[in-house]
Ligand binder design. Structure first.
Ligand code: PMP
Length: 438
């Protein structure tokens, strides 16, 4: 015998179906008498329950969505700007409608501004930062192509894996977390491996470094390589000049300084990178991440926009507002604010007797600070103390630094002295409870 649908849910589902079908039929077929509709609906719902093919709806969905407010002072996501969240509740537009294309054009102009580039191929990928990273990699690299990958933390290691999964060859240039690559390191790698692409992480969120980039692009070009840069955890928080620094592929994420929900990720390709992609011997192995297709949809070529996939409409609105926040503030002011808040954080941590992983201040990522956990302290107890008592997120380390560091992110909407002081106070309170000094 077919299992029965349990009563309370069945009743609710029935109500819902009645109201939806009622509305729909009333609009489309005003001539149908109410009695006919009722009997159609009961035949439909009783046949669904009779053959047992419809499982019960989950009870949890009948409760209101409950999301507590937390202060996200980890390496991301940051709390979103209120106007960004508001933008996501605006009406949907069709992804092929002209009003929506205007929004795409505004987003594109905003990305050109935050990247300081004139590149025609500038758009956003329907994916989080990792998706943008993968987009850059799979478009620039074909099977057997060599990438020289700077690994001084999690993200270089991740890119090397992406390249290898793409059938390309990753030559790892390794440094301990907390250290950066010199021009000499990079030149040596270029000479030795003759790569097609060099990958560096500008703002490391696992090791807390800001990789110096001035001069790297020229060097790569001298050896016939393209420069690909990850700016997910630093964009908007420190100077970045894509064109001036000769970066060929640059991407970022939405959920850090742009303080937009993780979803859609800005990316840009230089003319050189574009030529390399258009001159590929083989098609890009991922259709979804195919840059020429995406560029066309974003109106970056002279052809009419073609459907590629349904754009993330609400996420595009949100990104537009995140970009507008940075544009209204101005990049220079945004960089200065992040530097000033980072300085406040360093001073406070120093007063508490805490040490930073990155010794050389000039190569610290101002957006994500990596703090060494003192001997005898359980990082998690301190981190949990912050969350349980104050709803403040202080993250731990990952990779080889798991258990050894905390990571504090001060980015975008959260980049205020008040938030820095609050985080310091919460950290101090946790340490007072959990750090038994001799
Ligand atoms: N690169 C860096 C430097 C990051 O910090 C992150 C996210 N923490 C990513 C890439 C990947 O971004 P996402 O998690 O949004 O996919």
């Amino acid at each position: 015998m077919a299992p029965k649908i349990t009563r309370p849910f069945c009743a609710q589902l029935g109500k819902c179906l009645h109201s939806q079908f009622g509305q729909c039929v009333a609009i489309k077929q005003p001539g149908i008498p109410a009695g006919v509709l009722q009997s159609q609906l009961s035949a439909f719902s009783s046949s669904a329950s009779r053959n047992g093919s419809v499982a019960d709806p989950p009870a949890c969905l009948f409760k209101p969505l409950n999301v507590p407010h937390k202060l996200l002072m980890g390496p991301g996501p940051s709390n979103a700007y209120p106007r960004v969240l508001a933008a996501q509740s605006l009406p949907l537009l069709g992804h092929l409608q002209k009003e929506f294309h205007e929004v795409l054009d505004e987003v594109k102009a905003g990305i050109q501004y935050i990247f300081q580039t004139q590149n025609a191929w500038t758009f956003a990928v329907s994916a989080t930062g990792m998706g943008a990273m993968e987009t850059a990699a799979v478009n620039l690299l074909e099977i057997g192509d060599v990438a020289l990958v700077g690994v001084n933390g999690f993200w270089g290691a991740r890119l090397a894996e992406i390249a290898e999964r793409n059938g390309s060859v990753a030559k790892r240039m390794v440094k301990p977390m907390g250290q950066v690559f010199t021009l000499e390191d990079i030149e040596q790698g270029l000479k030795e491996h003759k790569p097609k692409v060099v990958f560096l992480t500008y703002g490391e969120s696992s090791g807390g470094t800001a990789q110096p980039l001035a001069g790297v692009g020229e060097l790569c070009h001298k050896y016939g390589a393209l420069l690909m840069v990850d700016s997910v955890a630093i964009l908007g928080g420190a100077p970045l000049f894509m064109d001036e620094w000769n970066i060929d592929a640059l991407y970022t994420g939405a959920q850090k300084v742009l303080s937009t929900p993780p979803s859609i990720s800005p990316i840009s390709f230089s003319q050189k990178a574009r030529d390399v992609i258009l001159g590929r011997k083989t098609k890009v192995r991922s259709f979804y991440l195919d840059a020429p297709e995406l560029a066309n949809y974003w109106g970056c070529d002279e052809n009419p926009r073609r459907y590629h996939h349904t754009a993330m409409i609400s996420s595009v609105y949100a990104l537009r507002e995140g970009l507008a926040e940075v544009a209204e503030k101005g990049l220079e002011k945004s960089w200065a604010q992040h530097a000033a808040c980072a300085e406040l954080l360093y001073e406070g941590l120093d007063k508490m007797g805490l040490e930073l992983l990155v010794q050389d201040k000039s190569v610290r990522n101002p957006c994500v600070t990596v703090i060494k956990v003192p001997e005898g302290v359980d990082w998690k107890k301190v981190s949990d103390h912050a969350m349980d008592n104050h709803q403040v997120e202080i993250a731990g380390g990952f990779g080889e630094l798991a258990g050894k560091v905390w990571r504090v992110g001060v980015m975008g909407y959260n980049c205020t002295p008040e938030n820095v002081y609050k985080t310091l106070a919460v950290l101090k309170e946790g340490l007072d409870v959990h750090w038994k000094k001799n």
